[in-house]
Design a protein around this ligand. Structure first.
Ligand code: SAH
Length: 369
């Protein structure tokens, strides 16, 4: 039996190329996108404006499949978390955060993560594989199907779930292209945010291909501290990261800002001297700051800061002229808060031994492209 090609997750250029390969005009690809993403149709034979022969060929050789839902959890605050089956094996998580008319979807890009940030539970499970474009963008379709009952849709997407999106570059790019394409989900590029722990070559490559919003998970104002919290900093230290950020924000144009994410950990990076150093470091970058009080998980070794320290940190940055928000914790009764996403990965030991090797491979893969 031949395996059917899953067309879900092909971006406009890829779908146009597919139709040209079978001897049809490129605009057929755009027609098909509307069926898939605007109408939610997955049966090729129902795509009535495509030539009959093309519909037959598509039905025989292609399919449109979304990740299978393993389980769904509802928080008392309205947050929804899904566990999804993906081809790389295991499960990934995605989280929908409804808030004052916005529906923000926090999307995963990898099963586990190679980066091993010391305070993130996803990193603790090691790395087990990349999601395909269809598995990334399919998360939006699943959330939209859920929201349809309320006549709502996903309004914002953040790639802040499991994984490092810039280390799964091509599928991530195809997925974000579909998110912002008017023939597909039609989200504003301002409302699609790629979040990175600081993979500098990935930021530079992103700039060559798109202008979606960018968030940097900074967490420390000095290399000494960041090397401990975000080990990829040893490869791409803060000065290099800041250069890449300045270039990216120039590329976004004067009306847009970068987002700096800073997870506050008690006694580690939440004191006045850290806030002052951060304000100085960011003074030449057009950005706003999101402070994320640490969300605990068993064995993390870190604690959430006391409220007065969070407030003092925020006040200092605001006085220095930065728009600074403290992110409220959502969905912690269903373990859906930032850094609590772990999916369910078995066989962690074997993975742990493999993942340092994969880290090296992944980083060099980004460097050569
Ligand atoms: N790898 C990407 C995207 C995933 S992390 C990145 O690093 O940006 C999404 C955000 O949650 C990051 O800013 C991350 O540092 C933060 N985070 C991770 N663990 C956390 C925790 N336990 N508490 C609060 N924030 C956390």
């Amino acid at each position: 039996m031949t395996i059917k090609r899953n067309l879900y997750g092909l971006d406009r250029g890829q779908l146009e190329a597919l139709f040209q390969e079978i001897g049809l005009q490129a605009f057929r690809g755009r027609q098909m996108m509307k069926w898939i993403y605007h109408q939610g149709i997955t049966d090729f034979t129902a795509m009535t404006d495509l030539p009959l022969s093309a519909r037959q060929w598509l039905a025989e050789s292609c399919c449109l499949e979304l990740p299978q839902i393993h389980e769904r959890f509802l928080s008392k605050d309205g947050t929804v978390k899904w566990l999804l089956h993906v081809a790389a094996g295991d499960l990934v998580e995605m989280v929908l955060i409804p808030d004052k008319g916005r529906n923000t979807l926090c999307v995963s890009s990898q099963v586990g993560c190679v980066l091993d940030c010391s305070f993130c539970s996803t990193g603790k499970q090691g790395f087990n594989g990349n999601l395909s474009a269809q598995e990334i963008v399919g998360q939006i379709a699943i959330a939209n199907a859920y929201l349809a009952a309320k006549s709502e849709v996903v309004t914002n997407v953040v790639l802040m779930g499991m994984g490092e999106p810039l280390l799964n570059f091509d599928p991530m790019l195809a997925a974000t292209n579909i998110m912002i394409d008017d023939h597909a989900f039609g989200l504003s590029k301002r409302r699609v945010t790629v979040s990175t722990a600081g993979v500098v070559p990935g930021i530079q490559k992103l700039q060559q291909h798109t202008d979606v919003s960018l968030a940097i998970s900074l967490h420390a104002p000095t290399d000494e501290l960041r090397n401990v919290l975000v080990p990829i900093n040893k490869k791409y230290p803060i000065a290099e990261l800041m250069d890449a950020c300045r270039e990216y924000v120039e590329h976004l144009g004067p009306a847009r800002k970068l987002v700096i994410e800073y997870t506050l950990m008690r006694g580690v990076n939440d004191q006045t001297q850290h806030a002052k150093a951060l304000a100085k470091l960011l003074s030449s970058l057009r950005c706003k700051v999101n402070l994320i009080p640490f969300n605990p998980f068993p064995g993390s070794g870190y604690e959430r800061p006391i409220d007065s320290d969070i407030y003092a940190f925020q006040t200092l940055l605001m006085k220095a002229g930065f728009v600074t928000l403290v992110r409220t914790t959502r969905g912690d009764d269903i373990n859906a808060a930032c850094g609590q996403l772990v999916g369910m990965v078995d066989d962690r030991t074997r993975r742990q031994s493999r993942y340092r090797q994969r880290l090296a491979q992944q980083i060099s893969a980004v460097e050569v492209v």
